[in-house]
Design a protein around this ligand. Structure first.
Ligand code: TXE
Length: 478
């Protein structure tokens, strides 16, 4: 197994500097396997290989790029059950969701296989006689991809696929918690017929491998998804050397529930958005803003629904909520439970570490009744913890929804077209959901936020071209 979890540099599988074990958060007694960790020097080798391969891949025909991506997408889709199982073991996502994520990754590669063939430009008449103007898109060069652990297939896929589709070469660094998923995805990419060096995988720490990518003058663009604090460092280092950068960071996403909502639907949106994937989604509905007239009824139905949620081993049949991905994350979640209570929020349910038949990082989903000023209502917890805030009416609910330094996703449950349309226009977020959970997005349309949640062009869909290409304006005189 050790041989399998190596780094991939310049078309070869390489050992690293040290070896680490990837844990299974559902069962600490049966780890996923060992993997090698590279250091700064190995990352620099990968970066140099990517820079050397840039012309070969950048000038490869769109057909060749499309075929490679299509092959990758087809294999992921054909193996989605097996890949989903690996994801469930390594990250702790409940198996059906994990299989869904693997399928999503496959579809993303298929989508960008098509986009590789559709890189269009513009032709304009010049303001001067006898001259033609062509505006085209070209690859940026070497793209550094720094990924988080919460979507170990989907997020790398939505970065790797457009990078390769538009002719860039890649250095990919998965998060330390999910090296096996990073390896499995890379192993499939490694057999797609890319030139040596066009795609590289370097597992290792953020300080060594991540920083080497961020600081290298050979890396033309860095795409990062992770925490706000690391995002700020990535921003500083890339800005200092003038590299292109795209950041996706946290969220504190509101779900507004108005008195005229279908309450069963609203409860389902809240449960899905707040607790599925163990709350470890940047789009999680962590603030439930409920109109006073239905507040008590909503809370009591939500509690009833929460009682039916099964927390357990990610691979067990019937599990709704898998374990927290790591001990550190579980401790962060439990610390916020204490903070919430100390600040005077009322914990009405859950929020406790749970013992299961297998040793792992289990916790019960938590529901607080709180106030907008509470830290649990302002800071991203990144766990199965939601806080209900009471609003006097639509206007107050909207103001509360926007009262955050984040702006990734905002949702509303209402039967009123007027309020739905107003909210869609006035919610200060990159994505808005009407009668849907804040989490759960399509793979072919833009993804991203405003304010402190995101920086740079949108990811996914056709808008991905903004980040992964650079525009050239050519003037031709006959
Ligand atoms: O994130 P990090 P972590 C939030 C969430 C979570 C917290 C910590 O609140 O509890 O972040 O998670 C790499 N230079 N989110 O520690 O450290 C790192 O190796 C370059 C929300 O996992 O930001 C990993 O590959 N890279 C988020 C990636 O950055 C560095 C999803 C993210 O790790 C680096 C994940 C450095 N100096 C966490 N230091 C979301 N909103 O989706 C680390 N890295």
């Amino acid at each position: 197994m050790q041989n399998s979890f190596r780094n991939y540099i310049n078309g070869r599988w390489e050992t690293g500097v040290t070896t680490s074990t990837s844990e299974n958060p559902s069962d600490l007694a049966s780890p996923v396997g060992d993997y090698v960790r590279g250091d700064r020097e190995q990352a620099e080798l990968a970066i140099r290989a990517a820079a050397e391969a840039a012309p070969a891949w950048g000038f490869a025909t769109p057909q060749r790029r499309a075929d490679a991506l299509d092959q990758i997408g087809s294999e992921i889709l054909a193996r989605k059950d097996e890949l989903g199982e690996l994801l469930a073991r390594e990250e702790g996502k409940a198996l059906p969701e994990a299989i869904g994520e693997a399928a999503r990754a496959g579809n993303i590669f298929k989508f960008f296989a098509g986009e590789a063939l559709r890189t269009a430009g513009e032709k304009l008449a010049s303001v001067r006689p006898g001259i033609e103007v062509d505006v085209t898109r070209e690859p940026v060069g070497v793209v550094g991809i720094i990924a988080p652990w919460n979507f170990p297939f989907a997020i790398p896929a939505w970065k790797i696929a457009p990078a390769l589709a538009y002719g860039n070469t890649v250095v990919f660094k998965p998060a330390e918690l999910v090296p096996a998923c990073g390896w499995a995805l890379s192993e499939i990419v490694s057999r797609a017929g890319l030139p040596a060096g066009a795609f590289n995988l370097v597992n290792g720490s953020g300080r060594q491998v991540g920083q080497a990518i961020v600081e290298s003058r050979l890396v033309d663009a860095v795409t990062f998804t992770g925490s706000e604090s690391t995002g700020a460092q990535v921003m500083q280092a890339t800005a200092a050397r003038g590299a292109k950068v795209q950041l996706e960071m946290g969220g504190k996403n509101p779900l507004v529930v108005l008195a005229d909502a279908d309450l069963d639907q609203a409860v389902e949106c809240a449960v899905q958005g707040a607790f599925f994937s163990t709350g470890q989604r940047c789009t999680a509905s962590s603030r439930l803003i409920v109109e006073a007239a239905v507040h008590d009824k909503f809370v009591s139905r939500l509690r009833e629904r929460m009682r039916s949620l099964k927390v357990g081993h990610a691979l067990a049949r019937g599990t709704d909520i898998g374990p927290v991905a790591s001990r550190a994350q579980l401790e962060q979640n439990l610390a916020y439970i204490v903070i919430g209570r100390e600040e005077g929020a009322e914990l009405v349910m859950g929020g406790e570490e749970i013992k299961a038949p297998t040793p792992g990082h289990y916790m019960s989903p938590a529901l607080f009744l709180g106030k907008p000023e509470h830290r649990i209502a302002r800071e991203e917890i990144f766990g199965p913890v939601a806080v209900v805030l009471r609003a006097d009416g639509y206007e107050e609910a909207l103001a509360m929804a926007n009262d955050t330094r984040y702006g990734l996703c905002a949702g509303i449950c209402t039967g009123s077209l007027k309020h739905a349309m107003h909210f869609r226009r006035h919610a200060q977020a990159g994505m808005v959901m009407v009668n849907l959970p804040t989490a759960g997005v399509d793979y072919h349309v833009p993804f991203g936020g405003r304010k402190g949640s995101s920086h740079g062009p949108r990811e996914q869909g056709r808008h991905a071209a903004e980040f992964y290409t650079t525009v050239k304006t050519a003037y031709t005189h006959a």
